[in-house]
Design a binder for this molecule. Structure first.
Ligand SMILES: Cc1ncc(CO)c(N)n1
Length: 224
């Protein structure tokens, strides 16, 4: 079995629990409240910029020209292609650019983005890539799962279709292939660090949806 497949299998329960989150069940049923979806959309738009930076830093650490292009393109995709999906939803759901700009990152969003950026800056290339893999893979699989049971006329269908798309799944397969290539030459210590990074990021994915469902904010206000 490939290294990426062993990672997926080791996290099967966590993935199942991600699918069962109220956010994802209600997203599939089309019953998720507009307020929760908007909270998520704003946080995810913040997330994508930091994620794009983490991808670009990881690109700069690549061991080969092909891998450099792979992650530089992924940074471009995250910021330009995915953000345009979010911009479209923000327009449709009446979120103004000012409202977006004045909404700070939630604790879960700040935790996840800080983790990805710190790992990209400080960890060796294989570990930085392993930390980024759940962002791709979990979204692609959640997208397909929801698409298979999505309600007709689901107001969130565009979101589901983007992540269930063949284009997005092709990106996931390419990142898995890079992880598997890097795992072949990795020391046992590096493999353990790759596994731990995958676990951290997969748990933070879970927390990101959970936080949006709870409309989580900071427990104390700072100056505005
Ligand atoms: C939190 C999060 N993880 C992954 C993706 C997929 O790029 C996303 N849009 N948001």
């Amino acid at each position: 079995m490939s290294f990426s497949q062993t990672l997926w299998q080791a996290h099967a329960d966590l993935f199942e629990s991600t699918l069962q989150l109220p956010f994802n069940r209600e997203l599939a049923a089309g019953t998720l409240s507009r307020e929760r979806f908007c909270h998520y959309m704003i946080q995810d738009a913040h997330y994508l910029v930091a994620y794009g930076r983490a991808l670009a830093v990881t690109a700069a650490k690549a061991d080969q020209a092909e891998a450099l292009v792979q992650f530089a393109q992924a940074a471009h995709e995250a910021v330009v292609v995915e953000r345009s999906l979010h911009d479209g939803f923000m327009r449709d759901f009446g979120i103004t650019p000012e409202q977006f700009a004045r909404t700070p990152l939630s604790p879960a969003c700040q935790h996840y983005t800080s983790y990805l950026l710190a790992t990209a800056w400080s960890a060796p290339f294989p570990v930085a890539v392993a930390a980024l893999l759940p962002c791709f893979w979990i979204y692609a699989e959640v997208g397909r799962d929801i698409q298979s049971r999505s309600a007709p006329h689901n107001p969130y269908q565009g979101w589901v279709d983007a992540y269930a798309s063949e284009e997005f799944h092709a990106l996931v397969r390419a990142v898995c292939a890079t992880v598997d290539r890097l795992a072949v030459d990795a020391t046992p210590a590096t493999l353990a660090a790759m596994r731990a990074a995958y676990t951290d990021a997969a748990r933070l994915e879970w927390m990101f949806w959970d936080s949006a469902y709870r409309l989580a904010d900071w427990p104390v206000a700072g100056p505005r």
